[in-house]
Design a protein around this ligand. Sequence first.
Ligand SMILES: [Zn+2]
Length: 204
Amino acid sequence: MAFTVVDHILYNDGKPVSQKPTPNRGGVITPSLLVIHYTAGFTAQSAISTLINKSVQASAHLVIDRDGSVTQLAPFNIKTWHAGQSSWKGRKMCNGFSIGFEHVNCGPVLERGDGKLISEVAPSKVMPPSDCVRAHHQNGEKTPFWQIYPQAQVDASAEIAKAVCAAYGIKDIAGHYDIAPRRKRDPGPAWPMASYQSRVLGRK
Ligand SMILES: [Zn+2]
């Protein structure tokens, strides 16, 4: 896996990654921030079909699956609609200056009365304990468990982020929870933010 960015398109080992253009896009941007998200779902296919659906009015630049496979929905220099009402270092409406990576992950996991772990977004879905981690969210909420991010997914995301941040001179990586803390809790505490930032940016 060797990622590069050519004309705002992501390439892996010399070939463009899978492209699924979204209609949910704006004009040209100069990105200076990378925003990390989870999809609050279970498959890349469901996330992609949502984010290319015009009526949903939401999108992102990439969807990164749990096995590390990646789909690009818009060129990196085009505004996508991933952040919503948000601010970073005093600048509002982060879509106008950021790139959004979505990671397939269902987020919060609750403990049922019988001790089974269930997904908050799909309570009928029993989660294997090996797919969950006990972790506390930085916003102080009491959700006991979160779905893990597989190493293959984190590794692919980090390698992609290195290429993207180098291509645009990006020096900041934030979670959606950082730029919209009252509304959003993704990517949640299971995302290894500190090690990811230092791996991608070489600091922090
Ligand atoms: Zn988000």
